[in-house]
Write a protein that binds this ligand. Structure first.
Ligand code: PLP
Length: 347
């Protein structure tokens, strides 16, 4: 509606590189209202999705050979974006038994003289892990001591399921503010994935540098789409709560289906819309051909059961499959039934 009105009103021209002032303002209000963090409009850059915000931050923060710590399983784009900036992704494995969360000891061990940045993602794609305030503070303490930047990707903030609660890194670690970049946007919270609007919030100097970069690369995100984002942030938030409830029902149905399948471990996801079952017990079996890896198992599932899952290899965690529950319940139930049958058929 707001976007259609903006189009009708001819708001189709170039605008400010940093994004519309009304949108930057709306984002500061959102950060205060929902995340208890105070940011000024000139500490915000509106980007073409959270993805561009991450890349812009990496572009200005990372130089050749700089190391970026990425806990695995990780969202597919992080490591490639670091490589595109000539940085070195340092992948740190997390344990299923610890709900795939980065432990302070593992972080400390991964730090070298070249470490520049830690990427955190809570709620996490693909694991659904949600860090508590205490867990974030413990990681922040190390980063503050070592002078390491933190990029906190908070794109799934509205999808957490009780008792889990979302905590923004800026809220958990106010003392680390000068080396914190928050990344967020309306894509997931308002089902606006195709609008390509996101934002980064951080210290003014960093945001200025990101603006210089953005100005030469995309100029700014689409003007009329930004009007839609303003409406999302300023309008009623009731649809967000309704969507969260629907996702929780789907998650519960998916967990129930997984529990009925023998030899399949999984860590209970507290957020986002993914499950990451451990399928290692099914590797080494035959389904027409020999299936040795989770990538081969996902091919088999696509060919035989016509269900699409993403193999753990894509997230730095072979032996797992990622299921997305961004589909209606009937389709999910049908998919899980086919999954169970396809696993049963393996010999
Ligand atoms: N961060 C994570 C963890 C994601 O899963 C995604 C999209 O799937 C993004 C960022 C990108 O968000 P956007 O569509 O706003 O660029």
């Amino acid at each position: 509606m707001a976007c259609a009105e903006a189009l009708r009103a001819g708001r189709t021209k170039y605008g400010p590189v940093a994004g519309l002032p009304e949108l930057r303002k709306a984002i500061t209000v959102k950060l205060w209202r929902e995340n208890h963090s105070e940011y000024a409009p000139d500490e915000i850059v509106v980007t073409c999705g959270a993805k561009e915000a991450i890349f812009a931050a990496l572009q200005v923060l990372i130089g050749p050979g700089d190391e970026v710590i990425i806990p695995a399983p990780y969202w597919v784009s992080y490591s490639d974006e670091v490589l595109l900036c000539d940085g070195r992704p340092v992948i740190v494995a997390t344990a299923e038994a610890q709900n795939f969360k980065l432990m302070p000891e593992a972080l400390t061990q991964a730090i070298t003289k070249r470490t520049k940045l830690l990427i955190l993602n809570s709620p996490c794609n693909p694991t659904g892990a949600v860090y508590t305030k205490a867990e974030l503070s413990a990681l922040a303490e190390i980063c503050t001591r070592e002078g390491i930047w933190v990029l906190s990707d908070e794109i799934y903030e509205h999808l957490t399921y009780p008792p889990a609660e979302f905590v923004s890194f800026a809220d958990a670690a106010p003392g680390h503010r000068e080396r914190t970049v928050l990344v967020n946007g309306p894509s997931k919270a308002y089902a606006m994935t195709g609008w390509r609007i996101g934002f980064a919030a951080g210290p003014k100097q960093l945001i200025q540098a990101m603006l210089s970069w953005q100005g030469q690369v995309v100029t700014h995100p689409t003007t009329f789409a930004q009007h839609g984002a303003i409406a999302a942030y300023e309008g009623t938030q009731a649809p967000v709560a309704a969507m969260k409830k629907a996702f929780q029902e789907r998650r519960d149905a998916m967990m129930h289906a997984l529990e009925g399948i023998p030899n399949l471990g999984y860590s209970r996801p507290d957020g986002a819309f993914y499950l990451l079952p451990n399928v290692s017990a099914y590797l080494g079996k035959r389904g027409g051909r020999r299936i040795s890896t989770s990538a081969e198992l996902s091919d088999y599932l696509l060919d035989q059961a016509h269900i699409a899952v993403v193999p753990g290899e894509a997230f730095g965690t072979p032996g797992y499959l990622r299921f997305s529950y961004a589909l209606g319940l009937p389709d999910l139930r049908e998919g899980m039934q086919r999954f169970a049958e396809a696993l049963r058929a393996l010999q």
